[in-house]
Design a binder for this molecule. Sequence first.
Ligand code: DGL
Length: 257
Amino acid sequence: MILVFDSGIGGLGVVRQIRRDAPELPLIYLADNALYPYGEKSDEVLLARVVKLIGQAVQAWKPEAVVIACNTASTIALAALRQAYRVPFIGCVPPIKPAAAASQTRQLGLLATPATIRRPYLQDLLEKFADDCQVHSVGTALLADMAEAKFRGEAVDLAALEAAIVPMFMAGPTIDAVALGCTHYTFLLNELRVLYPSIMWFDPASAVARQTQAVVARQEFEPGGQQRAFFTAPVPDLAATKEAFSEYGFSDVVIAV
Ligand code: DGL
């Protein structure tokens, strides 16, 4: 079984891609909504939380691999997790590399949570893959909230979405490629494309799914077994959440406080 982890529903974008390419892989989803939004927590709080929670999950479910389908968690805790537990980890980091490779203007945009934007991990990525680019970033907690609300069935306010990201374009009018540095933003891709149709938007979900399949390619999985999703705090509407998660192949949603 593979454990897919995020602070909320963002990791479901990765789940969707895994299901598309490898529908037979057994998954458990863990959403740490008790501490959502991760993007507004301090590095110390997040590091301690993620290492502890994933440790408990690894012990309880003994997954063959763990996907940290969250940029905010990956950029702070991936190294510590790999050091602490022997299971293979697949991380998710802002797709700076493909965005820089595709950009003609060498002006990149980056949307992420406030926590991810200030991480040394991000600076390393930029130095490594986008050294000759100018990068215009917006760190906001608003977009993840919009994705969560959309998942609950609320309409996305396009004007509010545009207002949140327009500073990026004002700073860099010739931006042609934007990296989505938060897994929640997968669920706003349609709206982003409507607002800015000429921009190349880079979402890492399919790359993370491919990487997951590559890591577990040689492993045998027990067929059957319940594919369930776990939340660390109550959700606003459990019945609606169960129904929404069933569309991602999860037979039940459990609140495990
Ligand atoms: N999905 C998370 C990410 O990829 C962030 C959402 C949050 O702030 O909790 O960064």
